[in-house]
Structures are given as C-alpha cells and as structure tokens.
Design a protein around this ligand. Structure first.
Ligand code: ARG
Length: 402
C-alpha cells in the first residue's frame, strides 16, 4: 500500500474532498499537483485550498507551453479529430498532466498517483495508462471512483468535515477546459434531444455582426503568425479563440463513443482548434504530394483514436507521429479564413512557397504547359482492363439500360 500520493488537483469539489478523504479514509499523505493547462483561474487560491484541505504540500505547474508544443502541435499536424468531430481537448491535456504527476512523485518520494476521475469516463483511462507507461512502479489511487458518492453526498461530506469548498447544490455542468478548448457535460445536456442552453458557452457568442477574415501563417506545419504578427502558439490560440468565438464559430454538439462503452452527449467549444485544423488541412492540400496526403488521411483517424483512448505514451502513437512529422517539412504558407456571424467559416484563400499547385499545368488559358497529346494514350491504357472486360459482357451486364 502506498503511503504518499501525488494527486492531480483541480481545485474543484471532488479533488478537494479527495485530499481529505485519502488522508482520513486511506491514511495517505497527499501532495496536490495543479497543472495550468490554460483553463484559467486563480492558482494561488487553488494552492491555498489544497493546503487548507490538508495536503502536505501543493505545487502549481504552468504546463501551457508544453501542452502546446508537445501535444497540440502533433495533434494539429495530424488534423486530429475523434470520430471526425472532436478535437481531443481533454484527451490532449491528460498526458502532459501525467508527465508532471510522475515527475512530482519522484521529487516528493511518493509511491502513488491519484486522480479525481469517476469510473464512467475516458479520463481515468488516460491518467492510469499514461502513469503505467511513465511510472510503472507507482500505485494508482482513484478516490472518486472508490467512494461512489453522488455530488450531493460529496457536498454533505465536505460540510461534515468542514472542508473549504465553494460548490453549490445546483445541478451544474462538469467542465474541463484547456487552451485547446472546453468540454461541457452533465446537467440538462444529458438529454441529447435538448439544445444546449446558451449558458454552457463562454468562448463563443454571437456578438459579431460582420464577417471577419484572418490570415494564419504556418512554417513546417506549425502556426506562427496571425494576420502577419508572429505569436507563440499559446497566444495565437487565445487570439484566434476571440476572433472566431465572436462569430459563434467553434461549437460542437455530439453524441460520442467513450472508451468504456458508454455513449455520451458532449458539448464542446474549440474555436481556435477547429480553425487551425481547417487551415492546416487546407494548406496540406496545396503542399503535400497526393499519395502522402492520402496515406496520412488513412492514419489520422487511428491517431485520434489512440489519443482518445489514452495511448499517447504508446509505440504506435510515436510511430504515427514520426510519419506525420516527416510530412510537415513543406507545410509552409498562409491560409485565409473567413468567419461569418452565426458560426460559419470557410477557407477563402491559401498560398505557399512550396505549393505543388502549378499554374501552367492547371490553367485553361494561353499559359497552359500541359502536354495534351500525352493524355490520349495515358487514358487508353489506364482504362484498358475495363475496355477488355466490357467487350466480353452483354450490354445489360455492363450497365447499359435495356
Ligand atoms: N468526452 C471528452 C473526452 O473524453 C471530455 C471529457 C471531459 N472531462 C471532464 N472531466 N468533464 O475527452
């Protein structure tokens, strides 16, 4: 049995109660580790709350750059969207948090890692499989899964034990947020037929009355500038969230297949993520050779599944990332996106110094350089098998109507 654990601490109800519960019910010393992954909030207050709940120490780690560089960039380069629609917001933050949990466990001489996930979700899978990859000797402790209290009962427990919580008894949303977006669950949106009430949204609104155009510049598959101004990725995402979010762009409302077999209704807001993926994907169409692009497209859903399923620290994820990275050397150029009030967005233009688009080959004007005479024989041979097959069939068998 573990004696000391590092707990992935958010400052919310469950993890605050967990600090106390692990100590009281399990006799464990708890080091609270709060990672800033771009969710916002007052981290001094979060640290104080952990200590007030009984943590022997509380650490705050700014993991935003790391999340952007090591996790968001590979995901963007893979155009990663789970089930084609979810840009993996929560799934991408878990491996960076796990990295810090394991690091802090070593620093504090802890022999276990604890998280506040329930038994019904994907996040427990991501925390635990990730921890077993980076720190296989560490015991895993899942207090929220073990105690089986409802939210009401958890609040009752906190009040009985005089814990410093700020939770209300309203039926509220469960929110997970980071720089790549927000995930909203629970409350009224658990009925998939109900439209999400407007109060679920904080990154998107309908304030814009005119379309807005932005230019996103990429170098080797990495977004480096917005409207010509160089920005680091964390800032670029924040600014793009504002511009796109003001047009109502970035809302996702889906029924999603969890790893654990449950279908759940999920609402997300990811203006910058969706915009960057749209722009990046479009630039690839200009810069990637056809076979590379098609093969990459085959791997992308597999990559998204691996991240969703908690397999960031796996050899297949590494191998696919290596392939993706190899494709990005010339994904350099600018993409113009136009957002319309009401949530629409289109790619309005793209250009690249490495464009494989060749005007001479493409044009129907006088500048045409294409060798038209080559086409006749090429097409005859390309279709030769079909020509031979069809000559042996009846007209009806080939598909000619009777
Ligand atoms: N369904 C999403 C995912 O599995 C979002 C999870 C949100 N997590 C949360 N604790 N509210 O990635």
């Amino acid at each position: 049995m573990a004696k000391r654990v590092v707990l992935a601490y958010s400052g919310g109800l469950d993890t605050s109660v967990a600090v106390h519960w692990l100590q009281k019910e399990r006799g464990l010393e708890v080091v609270a580790v709060a990672c800033d992954v771009g969710q916002g909030g007052d981290f001094d207050a979060i640290r104080e709350r952990a200590l007030a709940a009984g943590a022997i120490d509380a650490v705050v780690i700014d993991a935003r750059e790391e999340l952007a560089r090591d996790f968001v960039i590979p995901a963007l380069q893979a155009n990663a969207m789970y089930e084609g629609r979810y840009p993996l917001v929560s799934a991408l933050s878990r491996p960076v948090i796990v990295r810090h949990l394991v690091e802090q466990a070593r620093i504090y001489g802890a022999d276990g890692v604890a998280h506040g996930c329930t038994g019904k979700g994907n996040d427990q899978v991501r925390f635990e499989v990730g921890t077993r990859a980076l720190g296989p000797d560490l015991e895993i402790v899942a207090p929220v899964r073990d105690w089986g209290m409802t939210r009401e009962e958890t609040i009752d427990y906190a009040e009985r034990e005089s814990l410093p919580i700020t939770a209300t008894r309203d039926r509220i949303y469960s929110i997970d947020e980071n720089l790549w977006g927000r995930a909203i669950e629970c409350g009224v949106i658990e009925d998939p037929w109900e439209s999400p009430p407007l109060d679920v949204y904080t990154l998107t609104n309908e304030t814009a009355t005119e379309p807005v155009e932005v230019t996103i510049s990429f170098v080797a598959g990495v977004p480096i500038a917005l409207n010509g101004a160089n920005l680091d990725l964390v800032q670029l995402i924040a600014q793009l969230d504002k511009i796109a979010g003001a047009c109502g762009f970035g809302r996702i409302d889906i029924v999603e297949n969890r790893r654990v077999g449950i279908k759940s209704r999920e609402v997300y807001e990811s203006p910058a993520a969706l915009a960057l993926i749209m722009a990046h994907h479009d630039l690839e169409a200009l810069c990637l050779e056809r076979d590379v692009m098609h093969e990459k497209a085959r791997l992308e859903p597999r990559f998204a599944d691996l991240i969703y399923d908690g397999m960031w620290y796996s050899p297949l994820r590494q191998a696919i990332s290596a392939f993706v990275a190899e494709t990005q050397h010339h994904v350099t150029g600018d993409v113009r996106l136009r957002f319309s009030p009401g949530g629409g967005a289109v790619v309005a233009g793209r250009r690249s110094p490495f464009a494989l688009y060749d005007y001479g080959l493409a044009t129907y004007d006088a500048a045409d350089t294409f060798r038209h005479q080559d086409a006749e024989g090429y097409v005859r041979i390309y279709g030769l098998g079909i020509t031979t097959w069809a000559s042996r069939q009846s007209d009806a068998d080939v598909g000619l109507s009777k």
